[in-house]
Design a protein. Structure first.
Length: 115
C-alpha cells in the first residue's frame, strides 16, 4: 500500500470520526491551493475547523505537523476564508492523529494561525 492510499484511509477514518463523534458538517475535503492542502474543513458547533489528518504506522504522529506545514495550512485556510466570505467567522486548526493500534486522538486548537 502506498502513502496516497494510506492517506485516503486515514482521511476516511477522520471524516467518520468527525461526523459521528463531533457532529461535524463537512464543508470540504482535500482543499488545495498553491503551496498547501487542508485535509478536511468542517463546521463544528459553529466554528470552522481546518483539520489536519496524520496516520502513522510507525513513529510519533505528534511530530508530523511542523512549523513549515503549519505555515502552509495557515495560508490555505486564509484563502478558504477569503474566498467564501467567512473572515468574520470563528476558526481554528485541529488535528486528528491516527496511530494503530492506539486509535484516534483528536486535538482541538492544535496550533495557531501563522502569518
Amino acid at each position: 500500500m502506498n502513502t496516497r492510499e494510506i492517506g485516503r484511509i486515514g482521511e476516511a477514518m477522520a471524516e467518520k470520526y468527525l461526523v459521528e463523534k463531533k457532529h461535524a458538517r463537512i464543508l470540504a475535503k482535500n482543499f488545495t491551493v498553491r503551496g498547501g492542502e487542508i485535509d478536511i474543513i468542517a463546521e463544528i458547533d459553529g466554528v470552522i475547523a481546518f483539520v489536519e489528518v496524520k496516520l502513522r504506522t510507525h513513529g510519533d504522529a505528534h511530530e508530523a505537523i511542523g512549523y513549515t506545514k503549519q505555515k502552509r495550512l495557515s495560508r490555505a485556510a486564509l484563502f478558504y476564508l477569503q474566498r467564501n466570505h467567512l473572515l468574520d467567522c470563528t476558526s481554528r486548526f485541529d488535528a486528528i492523529l491516527i496511530q494503530p493500534p492506539d486509535g484516534i486522538e483528536y486535538i482541538e486548537r492544535a496550533f495557531d494561525f501563522i502569518p
